[in-house]
Design a protein around this ligand. Structure first.
Ligand code: NDP
Length: 399
Protein backbone atom coordinates (compact mmCIF):
# COMPACT_ATOMS: atom_id res chain seq x y z
CA UNK A 1 0.00 0.00 0.00
CA UNK A 2 1.36 3.37 -0.89
CA UNK A 3 0.95 6.65 -2.69
CA UNK A 4 1.92 7.18 -6.32
CA UNK A 5 2.43 10.46 -8.18
CA UNK A 6 1.82 10.17 -11.94
CA UNK A 7 3.19 13.02 -14.08
CA UNK A 8 1.75 13.59 -17.58
CA UNK A 9 -1.97 13.55 -18.46
CA UNK A 10 -1.63 12.46 -22.11
CA UNK A 11 -2.48 9.22 -23.89
CA UNK A 12 -0.18 7.08 -21.72
CA UNK A 13 -0.93 8.95 -18.47
CA UNK A 14 -4.63 8.22 -18.90
CA UNK A 15 -3.90 4.46 -19.05
CA UNK A 16 -1.47 4.48 -16.12
CA UNK A 17 -3.98 6.28 -13.89
CA UNK A 18 -6.82 3.93 -14.77
CA UNK A 19 -4.69 0.80 -14.32
CA UNK A 20 -3.24 2.01 -11.00
CA UNK A 21 -6.76 2.85 -9.82
CA UNK A 22 -7.75 -0.75 -10.55
CA UNK A 23 -5.15 -2.02 -8.05
CA UNK A 24 -6.05 -0.09 -4.87
CA UNK A 25 -4.43 -2.71 -2.65
CA UNK A 26 -1.06 -1.45 -3.99
CA UNK A 27 -1.77 2.13 -5.09
CA UNK A 28 -3.77 3.36 -2.12
CA UNK A 29 -3.65 7.02 -3.16
CA UNK A 30 -3.06 8.49 -6.60
CA UNK A 31 -2.18 11.98 -7.71
CA UNK A 32 -2.09 12.97 -11.40
CA UNK A 33 -0.12 16.13 -12.17
CA UNK A 34 0.52 17.69 -15.56
CA UNK A 35 1.09 20.98 -17.33
CA UNK A 36 -2.63 21.41 -18.05
CA UNK A 37 -4.65 20.64 -14.91
CA UNK A 38 -7.97 20.44 -16.79
CA UNK A 39 -6.64 17.33 -18.59
CA UNK A 40 -5.87 15.72 -15.21
CA UNK A 41 -9.35 16.61 -13.95
CA UNK A 42 -11.03 15.16 -17.05
CA UNK A 43 -9.29 11.81 -16.48
CA UNK A 44 -9.83 11.82 -12.70
CA UNK A 45 -13.54 12.69 -13.00
CA UNK A 46 -14.10 9.90 -15.49
CA UNK A 47 -12.83 7.21 -13.10
CA UNK A 48 -15.80 6.46 -10.90
CA UNK A 49 -15.49 5.49 -7.26
CA UNK A 50 -11.80 6.37 -6.88
CA UNK A 51 -10.57 9.65 -5.44
CA UNK A 52 -7.71 10.81 -7.67
CA UNK A 53 -6.03 14.04 -6.67
CA UNK A 54 -4.86 16.37 -9.43
CA UNK A 55 -2.38 19.23 -9.69
CA UNK A 56 -0.90 21.65 -12.20
CA UNK A 57 2.83 21.08 -12.60
CA UNK A 58 5.62 22.28 -14.85
CA UNK A 59 7.90 19.24 -14.66
CA UNK A 60 10.72 21.08 -16.45
CA UNK A 61 11.23 22.72 -13.06
CA UNK A 62 12.79 20.26 -10.57
CA UNK A 63 11.96 22.52 -7.63
CA UNK A 64 8.25 22.53 -8.50
CA UNK A 65 8.31 18.73 -8.74
CA UNK A 66 10.15 18.45 -5.40
CA UNK A 67 7.60 20.75 -3.73
CA UNK A 68 4.70 18.67 -5.03
CA UNK A 69 6.43 15.49 -3.83
CA UNK A 70 6.95 17.03 -0.38
CA UNK A 71 3.30 17.95 -0.08
CA UNK A 72 1.80 14.67 -1.45
CA UNK A 73 4.53 12.34 -0.07
CA UNK A 74 4.40 9.53 -2.67
CA UNK A 75 6.56 6.39 -2.47
CA UNK A 76 7.04 6.46 -6.24
CA UNK A 77 6.83 8.88 -9.17
CA UNK A 78 5.70 7.53 -12.56
CA UNK A 79 6.91 9.90 -15.27
CA UNK A 80 4.75 9.67 -18.39
CA UNK A 81 5.24 13.29 -19.46
CA UNK A 82 7.86 13.80 -22.18
CA UNK A 83 11.51 12.66 -22.33
CA UNK A 84 12.60 16.29 -21.81
CA UNK A 85 11.34 16.10 -18.22
CA UNK A 86 13.24 12.93 -17.21
CA UNK A 87 16.21 14.70 -15.63
CA UNK A 88 14.33 17.39 -13.65
CA UNK A 89 11.98 14.70 -12.29
CA UNK A 90 14.93 12.43 -11.38
CA UNK A 91 16.59 15.42 -9.67
CA UNK A 92 13.42 15.99 -7.63
CA UNK A 93 13.25 12.29 -6.69
CA UNK A 94 16.87 12.43 -5.53
CA UNK A 95 16.23 15.53 -3.48
CA UNK A 96 13.19 14.03 -1.77
CA UNK A 97 14.24 10.35 -1.60
CA UNK A 98 11.42 8.92 -3.77
CA UNK A 99 11.55 6.06 -6.31
CA UNK A 100 11.23 6.84 -10.04
CA UNK A 101 9.91 5.08 -13.18
CA UNK A 102 9.59 6.30 -16.77
CA UNK A 103 8.83 4.98 -20.26
CA UNK A 104 11.24 6.90 -22.50
CA UNK A 105 14.85 7.96 -22.11
CA UNK A 106 16.02 11.54 -21.81
CA UNK A 107 16.56 13.68 -24.83
CA UNK A 108 17.51 17.35 -24.90
CA UNK A 109 14.93 19.64 -26.46
CA UNK A 110 17.32 21.39 -28.83
CA UNK A 111 18.90 18.23 -30.26
CA UNK A 112 17.01 15.20 -31.65
CA UNK A 113 19.19 12.67 -29.87
CA UNK A 114 18.32 10.15 -27.20
CA UNK A 115 20.69 7.99 -25.20
CA UNK A 116 20.91 6.55 -21.71
CA UNK A 117 24.17 8.21 -20.68
CA UNK A 118 22.42 11.14 -19.02
CA UNK A 119 20.21 8.91 -16.86
CA UNK A 120 22.81 6.19 -16.19
CA UNK A 121 24.95 9.00 -14.74
CA UNK A 122 22.53 9.06 -11.74
CA UNK A 123 23.48 5.47 -10.74
CA UNK A 124 25.76 6.23 -7.78
CA UNK A 125 23.58 9.07 -6.47
CA UNK A 126 20.43 6.92 -6.52
CA UNK A 127 22.33 4.08 -4.80
CA UNK A 128 23.70 6.39 -2.13
CA UNK A 129 20.21 7.76 -1.46
CA UNK A 130 18.75 4.21 -1.27
CA UNK A 131 16.22 4.84 -4.06
CA UNK A 132 15.55 3.12 -7.36
CA UNK A 133 14.95 4.40 -10.89
CA UNK A 134 13.46 2.00 -13.43
CA UNK A 135 14.03 3.35 -16.93
CA UNK A 136 11.91 2.72 -20.00
CA UNK A 137 9.14 0.54 -18.55
CA UNK A 138 6.60 0.84 -21.39
CA UNK A 139 6.33 -1.75 -24.17
CA UNK A 140 9.28 -0.85 -26.33
CA UNK A 141 11.33 0.14 -24.43
CA UNK A 142 10.13 -1.95 -21.51
CA UNK A 143 8.31 -5.17 -22.20
CA UNK A 144 10.57 -5.83 -25.22
CA UNK A 145 13.55 -6.03 -22.84
CA UNK A 146 11.63 -8.11 -20.31
CA UNK A 147 10.81 -10.56 -23.14
CA UNK A 148 14.52 -10.65 -23.99
CA UNK A 149 15.49 -11.24 -20.36
CA UNK A 150 12.86 -14.00 -20.12
CA UNK A 151 14.25 -15.64 -23.25
CA UNK A 152 17.79 -15.42 -21.87
CA UNK A 153 16.72 -16.92 -18.54
CA UNK A 154 14.61 -19.80 -19.84
CA UNK A 155 15.46 -20.55 -23.46
CA UNK A 156 19.08 -19.71 -24.28
CA UNK A 157 22.59 -20.33 -23.03
CA UNK A 158 23.73 -17.60 -25.42
CA UNK A 159 21.66 -15.19 -27.50
CA UNK A 160 23.25 -14.10 -30.80
CA UNK A 161 20.63 -12.36 -32.95
CA UNK A 162 17.78 -10.18 -31.72
CA UNK A 163 15.11 -8.46 -33.79
CA UNK A 164 12.44 -6.42 -32.02
CA UNK A 165 9.46 -6.27 -34.39
CA UNK A 166 6.77 -3.65 -33.81
CA UNK A 167 3.66 -3.53 -35.96
CA UNK A 168 0.65 -1.28 -35.72
CA UNK A 169 -1.92 -2.70 -38.11
CA UNK A 170 -4.58 -0.33 -36.85
CA UNK A 171 -6.66 2.35 -38.54
CA UNK A 172 -7.55 5.53 -36.64
CA UNK A 173 -9.40 7.03 -39.59
CA UNK A 174 -7.24 10.20 -39.71
CA UNK A 175 -5.19 11.24 -42.74
CA UNK A 176 -2.12 11.64 -40.52
CA UNK A 177 -1.71 11.18 -36.78
CA UNK A 178 0.98 9.78 -34.52
CA UNK A 179 0.21 7.18 -31.86
CA UNK A 180 2.34 8.82 -29.21
CA UNK A 181 3.42 12.41 -28.70
CA UNK A 182 3.84 13.77 -32.27
CA UNK A 183 6.97 15.77 -31.49
CA UNK A 184 8.81 12.83 -29.91
CA UNK A 185 7.54 10.41 -32.56
CA UNK A 186 8.67 12.52 -35.53
CA UNK A 187 12.06 13.29 -33.93
CA UNK A 188 12.59 9.52 -33.48
CA UNK A 189 11.64 8.53 -37.01
CA UNK A 190 13.45 11.26 -38.91
CA UNK A 191 16.86 10.64 -37.35
CA UNK A 192 19.43 8.18 -38.74
CA UNK A 193 18.71 4.48 -38.32
CA UNK A 194 21.20 2.44 -36.31
CA UNK A 195 21.72 -1.20 -35.38
CA UNK A 196 24.31 -3.26 -33.56
CA UNK A 197 26.46 -5.69 -35.51
CA UNK A 198 29.67 -7.50 -34.54
CA UNK A 199 30.62 -5.15 -31.74
CA UNK A 200 29.79 -1.76 -33.24
CA UNK A 201 26.89 0.46 -34.31
CA UNK A 202 26.04 0.62 -38.00
CA UNK A 203 24.42 3.91 -38.99
CA UNK A 204 22.08 4.15 -42.00
CA UNK A 205 20.04 7.01 -43.49
CA UNK A 206 16.56 7.28 -41.93
CA UNK A 207 14.08 4.66 -43.22
CA UNK A 208 16.57 3.37 -45.83
CA UNK A 209 16.37 -0.32 -44.86
CA UNK A 210 12.95 -1.92 -45.00
CA UNK A 211 11.32 -5.22 -45.84
CA UNK A 212 8.06 -7.07 -45.23
CA UNK A 213 7.93 -8.94 -41.92
CA UNK A 214 5.21 -11.46 -41.08
CA UNK A 215 3.25 -10.56 -37.94
CA UNK A 216 1.01 -13.05 -36.10
CA UNK A 217 -2.68 -12.75 -36.97
CA UNK A 218 -1.82 -9.81 -39.27
CA UNK A 219 0.38 -11.09 -42.09
CA UNK A 220 3.28 -9.37 -43.87
CA UNK A 221 3.76 -5.63 -43.30
CA UNK A 222 6.51 -3.37 -44.61
CA UNK A 223 8.82 -2.76 -41.65
CA UNK A 224 11.55 -0.12 -41.33
CA UNK A 225 14.80 -0.44 -39.45
CA UNK A 226 14.93 2.34 -36.82
CA UNK A 227 17.24 3.11 -33.95
CA UNK A 228 15.38 2.49 -30.71
CA UNK A 229 16.68 3.22 -27.25
CA UNK A 230 16.42 -0.27 -25.75
CA UNK A 231 19.06 -1.53 -28.18
CA UNK A 232 21.64 0.49 -26.24
CA UNK A 233 20.98 -1.21 -22.91
CA UNK A 234 20.31 -4.66 -24.40
CA UNK A 235 23.70 -4.93 -26.12
CA UNK A 236 25.34 -3.79 -22.88
CA UNK A 237 23.45 -6.25 -20.69
CA UNK A 238 23.58 -9.17 -23.17
CA UNK A 239 27.11 -8.90 -24.60
CA UNK A 240 26.80 -12.20 -26.53
CA UNK A 241 24.48 -10.45 -29.00
CA UNK A 242 26.17 -10.29 -32.40
CA UNK A 243 23.37 -8.30 -33.91
CA UNK A 244 20.42 -6.35 -32.50
CA UNK A 245 17.89 -4.48 -34.63
CA UNK A 246 14.56 -2.77 -34.23
CA UNK A 247 11.84 -2.77 -36.89
CA UNK A 248 8.63 -0.76 -37.04
CA UNK A 249 5.81 -0.77 -39.58
CA UNK A 250 4.57 2.37 -41.32
CA UNK A 251 1.77 2.61 -43.87
CA UNK A 252 2.34 4.29 -47.23
CA UNK A 253 0.02 7.16 -46.28
CA UNK A 254 2.09 7.92 -43.17
CA UNK A 255 5.36 7.84 -45.13
CA UNK A 256 3.96 10.10 -47.87
CA UNK A 257 2.78 12.70 -45.35
CA UNK A 258 6.05 12.54 -43.44
CA UNK A 259 8.11 12.95 -46.62
CA UNK A 260 6.13 16.03 -47.67
CA UNK A 261 6.41 17.55 -44.18
CA UNK A 262 10.18 16.95 -44.15
CA UNK A 263 10.55 18.42 -47.63
CA UNK A 264 8.81 21.64 -46.64
CA UNK A 265 10.75 21.87 -43.37
CA UNK A 266 7.90 21.63 -40.89
CA UNK A 267 9.52 18.74 -38.99
CA UNK A 268 12.59 20.88 -38.21
CA UNK A 269 13.51 21.63 -34.57
CA UNK A 270 15.53 24.73 -35.53
CA UNK A 271 13.63 27.89 -34.47
CA UNK A 272 12.48 30.26 -37.23
CA UNK A 273 11.16 33.81 -37.00
CA UNK A 274 7.44 34.06 -37.73
CA UNK A 275 5.84 37.52 -37.48
CA UNK A 276 8.68 38.58 -35.22
CA UNK A 277 8.32 35.58 -32.88
CA UNK A 278 10.66 32.56 -32.62
CA UNK A 279 8.76 29.34 -33.33
CA UNK A 280 9.97 25.76 -33.65
CA UNK A 281 8.31 24.28 -36.78
CA UNK A 282 7.91 20.81 -35.20
CA UNK A 283 6.24 22.29 -32.09
CA UNK A 284 3.84 24.18 -34.36
CA UNK A 285 3.11 20.97 -36.30
CA UNK A 286 2.45 19.16 -33.01
CA UNK A 287 -0.18 21.76 -32.15
CA UNK A 288 -2.00 20.98 -35.44
CA UNK A 289 -1.98 17.19 -35.14
CA UNK A 290 -4.50 15.08 -33.19
CA UNK A 291 -3.48 14.27 -29.62
CA UNK A 292 -2.58 10.58 -29.17
CA UNK A 293 -5.15 10.28 -26.37
CA UNK A 294 -7.94 11.38 -28.71
CA UNK A 295 -7.51 8.56 -31.25
CA UNK A 296 -8.94 5.64 -29.28
CA UNK A 297 -12.67 5.73 -29.82
CA UNK A 298 -12.77 4.85 -33.52
CA UNK A 299 -9.51 2.92 -33.76
CA UNK A 300 -9.82 -0.53 -35.32
CA UNK A 301 -7.23 -3.27 -35.91
CA UNK A 302 -4.42 -4.38 -33.64
CA UNK A 303 -0.78 -3.99 -32.67
CA UNK A 304 1.74 -6.83 -32.58
CA UNK A 305 5.08 -6.35 -30.82
CA UNK A 306 7.60 -9.07 -30.13
CA UNK A 307 11.18 -10.31 -30.04
CA UNK A 308 12.68 -12.78 -32.49
CA UNK A 309 15.83 -14.33 -31.09
CA UNK A 310 18.38 -16.80 -32.38
CA UNK A 311 21.17 -18.35 -30.35
CA UNK A 312 22.39 -21.53 -28.64
CA UNK A 313 20.71 -23.83 -26.11
CA UNK A 314 22.41 -27.03 -24.88
CA UNK A 315 24.97 -26.81 -27.68
CA UNK A 316 22.29 -26.62 -30.40
CA UNK A 317 20.84 -23.79 -32.50
CA UNK A 318 17.74 -22.33 -30.90
CA UNK A 319 15.14 -19.94 -32.31
CA UNK A 320 12.51 -18.20 -30.22
CA UNK A 321 9.70 -15.74 -30.85
CA UNK A 322 7.69 -14.07 -28.11
CA UNK A 323 4.98 -11.46 -28.72
CA UNK A 324 1.78 -9.74 -27.72
CA UNK A 325 -1.08 -8.72 -29.99
CA UNK A 326 -3.35 -5.97 -28.68
CA UNK A 327 -6.63 -4.93 -30.31
CA UNK A 328 -7.23 -1.17 -30.25
CA UNK A 329 -10.90 -1.73 -29.46
CA UNK A 330 -10.06 -3.91 -26.45
CA UNK A 331 -7.71 -1.18 -25.22
CA UNK A 332 -10.49 1.37 -25.57
CA UNK A 333 -12.93 -0.81 -23.72
CA UNK A 334 -10.52 -1.40 -20.84
CA UNK A 335 -8.94 2.06 -20.51
CA UNK A 336 -10.50 4.48 -23.02
CA UNK A 337 -7.23 4.45 -24.95
CA UNK A 338 -5.81 3.37 -28.28
CA UNK A 339 -3.49 0.36 -28.36
CA UNK A 340 -0.18 2.25 -28.39
CA UNK A 341 -0.98 4.27 -25.25
CA UNK A 342 -2.36 1.08 -23.68
CA UNK A 343 0.62 -1.15 -24.45
CA UNK A 344 2.84 1.55 -22.87
CA UNK A 345 0.73 2.31 -19.81
CA UNK A 346 0.01 -1.26 -18.71
CA UNK A 347 3.69 -2.31 -18.33
CA UNK A 348 4.39 1.01 -16.58
CA UNK A 349 1.70 0.24 -14.00
CA UNK A 350 2.96 -3.34 -13.49
CA UNK A 351 6.58 -2.20 -13.17
CA UNK A 352 5.45 0.35 -10.58
CA UNK A 353 3.41 -2.29 -8.74
CA UNK A 354 6.40 -4.66 -8.55
CA UNK A 355 8.54 -1.80 -7.21
CA UNK A 356 5.92 -0.80 -4.62
CA UNK A 357 5.63 -4.44 -3.47
CA UNK A 358 9.41 -4.70 -3.10
CA UNK A 359 9.58 -7.49 -5.72
CA UNK A 360 11.60 -5.30 -8.07
CA UNK A 361 13.43 -3.09 -5.64
CA UNK A 362 17.11 -2.32 -5.41
CA UNK A 363 18.75 1.08 -5.05
CA UNK A 364 20.27 2.41 -8.27
CA UNK A 365 19.27 3.09 -11.88
CA UNK A 366 18.16 0.10 -13.96
CA UNK A 367 16.73 -0.91 -17.31
CA UNK A 368 13.92 -3.44 -17.31
CA UNK A 369 16.04 -6.39 -18.54
CA UNK A 370 18.06 -6.13 -15.32
CA UNK A 371 15.01 -7.18 -13.28
CA UNK A 372 13.86 -10.79 -12.77
CA UNK A 373 11.39 -11.17 -15.67
CA UNK A 374 9.33 -13.96 -14.07
CA UNK A 375 7.04 -11.98 -11.74
CA UNK A 376 6.27 -9.53 -14.54
CA UNK A 377 5.62 -12.29 -17.08
CA UNK A 378 3.36 -14.09 -14.61
CA UNK A 379 1.09 -11.06 -14.16
CA UNK A 380 1.12 -8.98 -17.36
CA UNK A 381 -1.55 -11.11 -19.08
CA UNK A 382 -3.98 -10.52 -16.24
CA UNK A 383 -3.60 -6.75 -16.67
CA UNK A 384 -4.35 -6.84 -20.39
CA UNK A 385 -1.24 -7.82 -22.37
CA UNK A 386 -1.06 -11.64 -22.59
CA UNK A 387 1.96 -13.03 -24.41
CA UNK A 388 2.57 -15.98 -26.69
CA UNK A 389 5.77 -17.78 -27.64
CA UNK A 390 7.10 -20.16 -30.26
CA UNK A 391 10.16 -22.19 -29.39
CA UNK A 392 12.48 -23.93 -31.82
CA UNK A 393 10.52 -23.05 -34.94
CA UNK A 394 11.71 -21.35 -38.10
CA UNK A 395 11.41 -17.63 -37.58
CA UNK A 396 9.07 -15.78 -39.91
CA UNK A 397 11.83 -13.88 -41.71
CA UNK A 398 15.31 -14.77 -42.82
CA UNK A 399 18.49 -14.07 -40.84
P1 NDP B 1 1.09 12.96 -24.91
O1 NDP B 1 1.60 14.08 -25.71
O2 NDP B 1 -0.27 12.41 -25.15
O3 NDP B 1 1.18 13.31 -23.35
C1 NDP B 1 2.26 13.97 -22.75
C2 NDP B 1 1.74 14.67 -21.52
O4 NDP B 1 2.84 15.27 -20.82
C3 NDP B 1 0.76 15.80 -21.85
O5 NDP B 1 -0.35 15.72 -21.00
C4 NDP B 1 1.58 17.07 -21.57
O6 NDP B 1 0.86 18.16 -21.12
C5 NDP B 1 2.48 16.59 -20.45
N1 NDP B 1 3.64 17.46 -20.35
C6 NDP B 1 4.44 17.90 -21.34
N2 NDP B 1 5.37 18.74 -20.86
C7 NDP B 1 5.15 18.83 -19.53
C8 NDP B 1 5.77 19.55 -18.49
N3 NDP B 1 6.82 20.35 -18.71
N4 NDP B 1 5.29 19.42 -17.24
C9 NDP B 1 4.22 18.62 -16.99
N5 NDP B 1 3.59 17.91 -17.94
C10 NDP B 1 4.05 18.02 -19.21
O7 NDP B 1 2.18 11.80 -25.06
P2 NDP B 1 2.01 10.23 -24.76
O8 NDP B 1 1.12 10.04 -23.59
O9 NDP B 1 1.72 9.55 -26.03
O10 NDP B 1 3.51 9.83 -24.34
C11 NDP B 1 3.97 10.00 -23.02
C12 NDP B 1 5.37 9.42 -22.88
O11 NDP B 1 5.35 8.02 -23.16
C13 NDP B 1 6.38 10.02 -23.87
O12 NDP B 1 7.60 10.23 -23.18
C14 NDP B 1 6.56 8.94 -24.90
O13 NDP B 1 7.83 9.00 -25.52
C15 NDP B 1 6.42 7.69 -24.04
N6 NDP B 1 6.05 6.49 -24.81
C16 NDP B 1 6.71 5.33 -24.56
C17 NDP B 1 6.42 4.19 -25.26
C18 NDP B 1 7.04 2.89 -24.90
O14 NDP B 1 6.59 1.85 -25.39
N7 NDP B 1 8.03 2.83 -24.05
C19 NDP B 1 5.43 4.19 -26.36
C20 NDP B 1 4.68 5.42 -26.47
C21 NDP B 1 5.03 6.54 -25.73
P3 NDP B 1 -0.10 19.05 -22.09
O15 NDP B 1 -1.32 18.21 -22.18
O16 NDP B 1 -0.29 20.32 -21.38
O17 NDP B 1 0.65 19.19 -23.40
Amino acid sequence: MGKVLIIGAGGVGNVVVRKCASVPEVFSEIMLASRTKSKCDAIANDIKGVNIKTAALDADDAQQVAELIRSFKPELVINVALPYQDLPIMDACLETGVHYLDTANYEPKDEAKFEYSWQWAYQERFKAKGIMALLGCGFDPGQSQIYTAYAAKHHFDEMHYLDIVDCNAGDHGQAFATNFNPEINIREITQDGKYWENGSWKVIPAMSIHKPIEYPNIGPKESYLLYHEELESLVKNFPTLKRARFWMTFGQQYITHLTVMQNIGITSIKPIKFKGVDIVPLEFLKALLPEPGSLGENYTGETSIGCQIKGIKDGKDQTYFIWNNCRHQDAYQDAKAQGVSYTTGVPAMLGAKLMMEGVWMKPGVYNTEEMDPDPFMAQIGKYGLPWQEKIGLALPHEY
